[in-house]
Design a protein. Structure first.
Length: 143
């Protein structure tokens, strides 16, 4: 019996104000709000900040130069057949969001990312925001 391949995106749609919608090969649709993607960036710097916050919830962390309400995803680019890089309006662009990482942090999973409550402070439906497309939809190559 062949090992089962993990799901891969069949389409990516970036709404610069609201977030990234990923349609997966297994039929799941995941919606990632912009501020959540920025906070969950897999970059070393952001990962370290999350670890510091988890170790000491009262730690004073570097403040963001842009408020969550002003934060935008300026662009997204495919990286090979395995990830997407998102450039944010605060200048951050060093995290590569691999497909397996996006599945792991999916805020629209019934049990929430990492089995916790929804990270964006609302229901997954609230994370969807407006469905307007500003031309940044990207279709990944078939893996």
């Amino acid at each position: 019996m062949k090992p089962r391949r993990p799901p891969t995106p069949t389409s990516l749609d970036l709404d610069r104000q609201h977030g990234l919608t990923v349609r997966w090969s297994d039929g799941r649709v995941s919606i990632y709000p912009v501020a959540y993607l920025r906070r969950m960036s897999p970059s070393a710097e952001t990962r370290q900040q999350r670890e510091q916050q988890a170790a000491n919830p009262l730690a004073v962390l570097k403040s963001a130069p842009v408020s969550a309400a002003e934060l935008r995803a300026d662009s997204a680019e495919l990286v090979g057949n395995y990830a997407v890089r998102i450039r944010f309006s605060d200048g951050h662009d060093t995290g590569l969001y691999a497909w397996d990482y996006l599945r792991q942090i999916d805020p629209t999973r019934p049990e929430g990312p990492h089995g916790s409550a929804s990270p964006h402070g609302g229901s997954p439906a609230e994370a969807q925001g407006a469905s307007g497309d500003d031309g940044q939809g990207t279709k990944p190559p078939n893996a």
